[in-house]
Write a protein that binds this ligand. Structure first.
Ligand code: HEM
Length: 535
């Protein structure tokens, strides 16, 4: 992908100073003026005052003042790597063309360059990588038909199923607006009113909420997508990344030990593994369902709080990803990278999943603000596929998307003066029929607790123990109304699960009473001692 200019910083065809020339290591301003003195401000006498016509200083300092772009509103802390995807060309025993016409997936052995960004969600850009949080798993494939982004997480489900709740959910999990401290009472206040989150909470508070490294975690598209074949026929799909290094998670105690020594361990692990030539690999698997609402299931296939049971909907491997190159500039490649759920190639489509549709608005909207109007012209985001548009100008327009041989006067379409023309269709259109009332309603088949209970029962003993300890610890910071609502919901997931959280909370309350008693006794002793000491 380096040939597409990720590191070159110059649009094709524009003259560039000869890097081998004798003066090539001379420091200059951005205007190309040599810098003769980089140590001393220009001042009236060597004690000042400074002069304002000093372009060199003003450029240097005002650029420094603008070095940061706003961090991502979520997933601010991340690490990235370049790599390659190799297609298998099949789904089980069948050619993949039966399900999708996306070109990069068709041929066995076909490779596509890609960039991945892993992340934590809630805290800022330099927060510890050991925190309990979902991990982002965003992949950008530079395919011959344009970019495909799969913006996923390590966990396979989510907290909410309707996009309109996302800002509230994130506000409850982010630090308190008054104290700037994350507060379990605010988190569980929201969750106690959000029963669909119980499944995700069960994963998040278990060791699955702290993956050991980015290399040892799964990835998932979480939301339901569609595939469309040449005949215009669609199926529902879910995507999963399975790490060939294996899966490793941490208990709270293990995470705290790492955090005490190194709060960048995940970024460091990824970077160093790639430098050593130990390239991490993931297999991309898909689950497939026919394109309808599946009344026989006790959940809705478009509900992202549910797993599609593996026994019923097997995981079919369709390709492999290898990460084999570190970024050379964190800001240019990792910070400015911009992924979105709307970024699909022909043959990959949306589903009516209400979260997915809300996400698809949000990503490019935030990126036009965070990175800028022309974020898609940046080398990390630019497709390697042919790009020719009639979009022009805007802040930091870097070049025009003009195709060679077309008339540069024509920045509109249609035209008979030699402008751009529409592409021929790649296959039959997929035209689903809709007929329903426009409403604001929850989906049917909410079934908020059943899978959460199954997930609890499927955990190993040490995972259950860690889950209960973590929940008890977090809930002990909440008022009794929230505690009681939460315990009630854990009981609805699973009898034992509810009982253990209830017992844990009671034990915590007793411990607190004892400590309060001990502190009270100690205070009394101090008071008495002070009284005695009084003359
Ligand atoms: C990042 C919105 C749900 C995975 C972001 C960003 C926004 C956002 C605004 C920052 C993007 C940027 O600055 O470039 C939303 C909304 C959601 C939602 C509105 C629900 C309605 C999800 C879900 C997943 C997810 C369900 C998991 C599948 C990610 C990832 C990133 C991200 C991995 C980081 C991408 C990167 O590395 O640049 N999200 N999100 N989000 N989101 Fe979501």
């Amino acid at each position: 992908h380096s040939s597409s200019g990720i590191n070159s910083g110059k649009p094709e065809g524009q003259g560039q100073a000869d890097p081998t020339a004798e003066n090539s290591t001379i420091l200059t301003t951005r205007q190309g003026h040599p810098v003769y003195d980089n140590q001393n401000l220009r001042t009236v006498g060597n004690r000042g005052p400074a002069t304002l016509e000093n372009y060199q200083f003003l450029e240097k300092m005002s650029h420094f003042d603008r070095e940061r772009v706003p961090e991502r509103v979520v997933h601010a802390r991340g690490a990235g790597a370049h790599g390659v995807f190799e297609a298998y060309g099949t789904v089980g025993d069948e050619p993949i063309s039966k399900y999708t016409r996306a070109k990069f997936l068709q041929e066995k052995g076909k490779t596509t360059p890609l960039f991945v960004r892993f992340s934590t969600v809630i805290h800022g850009n330099h927060s510890p990588e050991t925190l309990r949080d979902p991990r982002g798993f965003a992949v950008k494939m530079y395919t011959e038909e344009g970019n495909w982004d799969l913006v996923g997480n390590n966990l396979k489900i989510f907290f909410i199923r309707d996009a309109i709740k996302f800002p509230d959910f994130i506000h409850a999990f982010k630090p308190d607006p008054v104290t700037n401290i994350q507060d379990p009472e605010r988190q569980f206040d929201f969750i106690s009113h959000t029963p669909e989150a119980m499944h995700m909470i069960t994963f998040l508070f278990s060791p699955w909420g702290i993956p050991a490294t980015y290399r040892h975690m799964q990835g998932s598209g979480v939301n339901t997508y569609k595939w469309v074949n040449k005949e215009g026929e669609a199926v529902l799909v879910k995507y999963h990344w399975e790490p060939l290094q294996g899966i490793k998670n941490l208990t709270t105690q293990q995470a705290q030990e790492i955090q005490g020594k190194n709060f960048n361990h995940a970024t460091q692990d990824l970077y160093e593994a790639i430098e050593r030539g130990e390239y991490p690999e993931w297999e991309l698997c898909v689950q497939i369902m026919s394109d309808d609402d599946h009344p026989e299931l006790d959940f809705d296939p478009l509900d992202d709080t549910k797993l599609w049971p593996k026994e019923q909907f097997p995981w079919y491997p369709v390709g492999k990803m290898t990460l084999n190159r570190n970024p050379v500039n964190y800001f240019a490649e990792v910070e400015q990278s911009a992924f979105g759920t709307g970024v699909l190639v022909d043959g990959l489509d949306f589903s009516d999943d209400k979260m997915l549709q809300g996400r698809t608005f949000s990503y490019s909207d935030t990126q036009r603000y965070r990175v800028g109007t022309n974020y898609l012209q940046l080398p990390i985001n630019r497709p390697i596929a042919h790009v020719a548009t009639n979009q022009r100008d805007g802040q930091m327009a870097y070049h025009q998307d003009i195709a060679p041989g077309t008339n540069p006067h024509v920045n509109y379409e249609p035209s008979s003066l030699g402008g751009l023309r529409e592409a021929p269709k790649a296959g039959k259109d997929y035209n689903p029929l809709y007929e329903a009332r426009l409403v604001r309603q929850k989906i049917d088949r909410q079934n908020d607790f059943k899978q959460a209970g199954e997930t609890y029962r499927n955990m190993e003993q040490w995972e259950k123990d860690d889950l209960i300890a973590n929940l008890t610890d977090a809930l002990s910071h909440c008022n009794t109304t929230i505690q009681e609502k939460m315990v009630g919901m854990f009981f609805q997931c699973d009898q034992e699960y509810g009982q253990r959280v209830a017992d844990g909370l009671q034990a915590a309350a007793e411990r607190m009473k004892e400590t309060a008693g001990a502190v009270g006794d100690a205070n009394q002793a101090v008071d008495m001692a002070e009284d005695k000491a009084k003359p």
